[in-house]
Design a protein around this ligand. Structure first.
Ligand code: ZN
Length: 230
């Protein structure tokens, strides 16, 4: 009798566990609110499209629909005026309102450079970590960003600073295989994840801050004299 009661209790417990498991997605949806965190993947190469509507003057709304020939803000260029992997990446970046951390090996795409400068002009705090070898190459956007007053720090190592990630408003992580170069955007097979994920953002932000401190200019070895006199 006692054994039977135990079996019934065990059976009920298993049943309850199964029911809860089945309900889990519903409960998560109820507790998490209606808006789903953003999880998006972009695949490259990107179709070559016009990105002018996104990259217009500082007050331009990033959510504005792409303009087409004949539309009020119509661009008359010959490129298609539709969404592409690049335009979606630009949109994700231009959504920044407070901060943007960039940790990039190669940065030479003029459109992405313009987007970052636009954010800087809008008052978004932009910080860039990059690789000392790539930033010295012709066509790099790094010099232009620095000229615009954006903080840039770089490695001094033989090993590459090979990351390719961005953090928007300390809420959205953008990471993947893509170097921010026109060559890669238009020709390479690449992936970029856009994730609104607290845990991953925290981990990447911690790594960004660690590298940012490690690459503090006061530690650059081409200031040995200054170091000695301090
Ligand atoms: Zn156009």
């Amino acid at each position: 009798m006692r054994r039977l009661r135990w079996q019934v209790a065990a059976g009920a417990a298993v049943g309850l566990a199964l029911a809860l498991e089945a309900l889990a997605p519903v409960l998560r949806w109820l507790w998490g609110g209606r808006r789903r965190p953003r999880h998006e993947v972009l695949f490259f190469p990107s179709q070559v499209t016009c990105t002018e509507a996104l990259l217009q003057a500082p007050g331009a709304k990033p959510s504005a629909a792409p303009a087409g020939p004949g539309s009020p803000a119509g661009c008359q260029c010959s490129l298609p005026h539709c969404e592409s992997a690049l335009s979606r990446l630009l949109r994700a970046l231009l959504a920044a309102r407070a901060s943007l951390e960039l940790c990039l090996f190669a940065f030479s795409s003029p459109q992405l450079g313009r987007a970052v400068q636009l954010l800087h002009q809008r008052g978004v705090r932009v910080r860039v970590i990059t690789d000392c070898d790539y930033m010295a190459l012709n066509g790099s956007q790094i010099g232009l960003l620095r000229k615009a007053g954006i903080q840039v720090r770089h490695d001094q190592d033989l090993g590459y600073m090979h990351h390719k990630f961005a953090i928007v408003d300390k809420k959205v992580l953008i990471t993947g295989s893509l170097n921010w170069t026109t060559q890669a955007i238009q020709n390479n097979r690449e992936n970029v994840l856009i994730m609104e994920d607290e845990e991953y953002v925290k981990l990447f932000l911690e790594e960004f801050e660690r590298i940012w401190e490690e690459f503090n200019p006061t530690k650059y070895t081409f200031f040995p004299q200054e170091k000695k006199t301090q």
